[in-house]
Design a binder for this molecule. Structure first.
Ligand SMILES: [Zn+2]
Length: 174
């Protein structure tokens, strides 16, 4: 059956950690609570065979805040672009290495969030009211404000605070 989310997609391999854009490479998990094919976000790794769930690509995860990227597809988001982010995330227990990570509440492209909300077993339980829609430059600031509430925000490396300063400066200029 043809499925728009996988049209032209291939099965995820290790080298796909650098594959950006849609469609995402997919995994074939055997878990019954998941679809037969699951897209692998850019900041994730297919670890379904070893751990039974996604792994985290920490290098890509760190680049999300630093380079204003969509964690799902890895493509840079434009300042004025209308994007969407999760607003009721458990920010206090977010850490750099998971299980709840900072990119969970960073803005995503609309198409990318649509897929995340279909295929991610956590995201698919959320309501529309658990998300906010708006220009990237505004939602990025909100994401950083949320990240500051994490008990581990002081443990994140310079990328976080640098992206915060850079972003505030950019917003002042615009
Ligand atoms: Zn995206």
């Amino acid at each position: 059956m043809k499925n728009k989310y996988f049209d032209g997609a291939h099965k995820w391999e290790e080298k796909d950690e650098n594959t950006i854009g849609l469609p995402r490479p997919f995994a074939i998990p055997i878990r019954k609570d998941l679809a037969k094919k699951v897209p692998i976000p850019w900041q994730s790794l297919d670890r379904f065979e070893s751990y039974g769930h996604l792994g985290l690509n920490l290098k890509n995860e760190d680049l999300v805040y630093k380079n204003n990227l969509c964690s799902y597809c890895g493509i840079k988001i434009k300042k004025e672009e209308i994007v969407i982010r999760w607003i009721n995330a458990p920010v206090e227990i977010t850490s750099r290495k998971g299980p709840k990570i900072f990119s969970d509440f960073h803005p995503l492209h609309l198409n990318c969030m649509e897929q995340a909300r279909i295929f991610c077993p956590h995201m698919r339980k959320l309501q529309d009211s658990d998300f906010e829609l708006g220009k990237f430059k505004k939602l990025k600031q909100n994401a950083i404000s949320d990240a500051m509430k994490s008990k581990e925000s002081k443990d994140v490396s310079d990328w976080f605070f640098n992206s915060n300063k850079k972003n505030i400066k950019k917003n002042d200029e615009s």
